[in-house]
Design a binder for this molecule. Structure first.
Ligand code: ADP
Ligand code: MG
Length: 223
């Protein structure tokens, strides 16, 4: 499949006491299979709002959105959630791994929810693909921030999702680990044909992206 995410004219408002805040003012985004795209923007520029819309977590006030060939905005809530679980993995600054579960159990949980056969083996394979096979039996509290993010990415990929949306994935990492993570996300896009979108205010990310989008005050600008 070529184009995985195709958004056009996305407008999103928040209603606040004093009126409305227009967080997105007509944004177009396209993500193709096998590319790592960086969405760069300062705090408050609209990155998280855009990712939440692309993931189907928020419904925009206007615009068009196709994900994996389906018209996301014409689906019912149930259908939209199903499309998201099937197609889109999300990675956040703090991945909220389940503290009582080991790395392999955290990934396995998602595979079980998806009804995938041999979930334990699938989870172990995903951890291996992310270079953290040796952490399989470790609990999140006993991992570094970078290791937790790798496990979080393994979990986001579970079930062969086509798209990974990352919201400030390196927000809690030092420079060296940030570079490793950005490189890893790019390699995943290239090796597995996943569409990766990384929202960040860290300029480092641009070096590891196939394409850079820049958002400023709810609008994409030339970067
Ligand atoms: N829940 C909310 N209620 C009201 N305004 C919000 C809410 N979330 C975000 N905003 C506003 O929308 C704009 C974009 O925010 P956001 O998408 O979080 O930006 P970023 O992720 O780039 O920091 C900002 O002006 C922010 O204050
Ligand atoms: Mg944000």
């Amino acid at each position: 499949m070529g184009v995985l995410v195709d958004a056009e004219g996305i407008v999103a408002d928040y209603v606040v006491k004093t009126g409305r805040v227009q967080a997105l003012k007509g944004v177009d985004v396209m993500i193709e299979a096998g590319e790592a795209v960086c969405l760069f923007g300062a705090s408050g520029s609209g990155k998280s709002t855009l990712l939440n819309v692309l993931a189907g977590l928020d419904v925009p006030d206007a615009g068009r959105l196709r994900v994996c060939g389906e018209d996301m905005l014409s689906l019912s809530d149930v259908q939209r959630t199903a499309l998201r679980l099937r197609s889109i993995g999300m990675v956040f600054q703090d991945n909220n791994l389940v503290a009582q579960f080991t790395a392999v159990e955290n990934v396995e949980l998602i595979l079980r929810c998806q009804g995938v056969g041999s979930p334990r083996r699938g989870a172990a394979e995903l951890l291996a693909a992310l270079g953290v096979a040796d952490l399989a039996d470790r609990y999140p509290a006993d991992m570094s921030g970078g290791q937790r993010q790798r496990v979080g990415i393994a979990r986001a990929l579970a079930g062969q999702r086509a798209v990974i949306l990352c919201d400030e994935p390196t927000g809690a990492l030092d420079r060296a680990n940030s570079e490793l993570l950005f490189g890893l996300l790019r390699d995943l896009a290239h090796s597995y044909g996943i569409g990766v979108l990384v929202a960040t205010h860290d300029r480092l990310a641009e070096r590891y992206a196939d394409r850079v989008l820049e958002i400023c005050d709810g609008q994409l600008v030339a970067s």
